[in-house]
Ligand binder design. Sequence first.
Ligand SMILES: C[S@@+](CC[C@H](N)C(=O)[O-])C[C@H]1O[C@@H](n2cnc3c(N)ncnc32)[C@H](O)[C@@H]1O
Length: 196
Amino acid sequence: METRPWTSGQATRSAFIVPDGLRGRLAGRLMLRMNRQDEVAALLGVRPGERVLEIGYGPGGLVRRLTRTPAGRVCGVDPSPEMRAMAVKHAPRAELRLGSAADTGFGDAEFDCVVSVNSVALWPCLESGLDELRRVTRPGGRVLIAWHGGRRPPRVARRFRLPDDQLRRVEDGLRRRFADVTRRELTELTAFTARR
Ligand SMILES: C[S@@+](CC[C@H](N)C(=O)[O-])C[C@H]1O[C@@H](n2cnc3c(N)ncnc32)[C@H](O)[C@@H]1O
C-alpha cells in the first residue's frame, strides 16, 4: 500500500509503513519479536476500567499486553488489513478496526488513554493525526506517542530515528493541543506523554 509520510513527503511503499502481502506479514512477525512494549505499557499505567486506544497496532504486540491489564476496553486502528488479521489472532479480546490516525472512526472523548508506538512518523499528516488524538481523548485523559530512538536503540532500528527538528514538530504539535507534555528517552524509544 503506497503512502506519503509527513517525515519524508515522498510516496513510499514499504512492508514496515503500511504492511501488505507476504512481505508485510513477515515484517509483522519481526515487529512482534523486536518491538518491546514493556516500557510503554508501564509508562501508560492503565487503571482498572480504563478505555484504551492504540493507533497503528501493527501485529498486535501492545494491544495483546493491554488486554492483560485491568483496562475495561482495548481498541485499535490500523490501515493494514494484513496487520489487522495478525493482531486479531494475538489479541482476540481487543476491538480492532481498520482506520488511520487522522480518521479513527471512534467518538469524541471516547478514551482515557491513547497510545501510538512506531507509527507517528508514517502518518501522511502529523497535524490531522494529532487533532484526531485530541478529539478521541477525554478531558484529563492521557496520550503517549513513541518512536524508534531512546538510550540504546538496537542497531537495525537506528536508521529509523528521527532528526531533532521532526521530534520537535511532534512535541510542539502535542503542546498546542495538550498539557504536561514530557519527552522521555526509554531504552529503545523516544516517548512523549501528555494530558488532555
Ligand atoms: C512499524 S509498524 C509498528 C506496529 C506496532 N505499533 C509496533 O510497535 O509493533 C507501523 C504501523 O503503523 C501503521 N500505520 C501506517 N500509517 C498509519 C496511519 N496513517 N495511521 C495509523 N497507523 C498507521 C502501519 O500499518 C503499521 O501497522
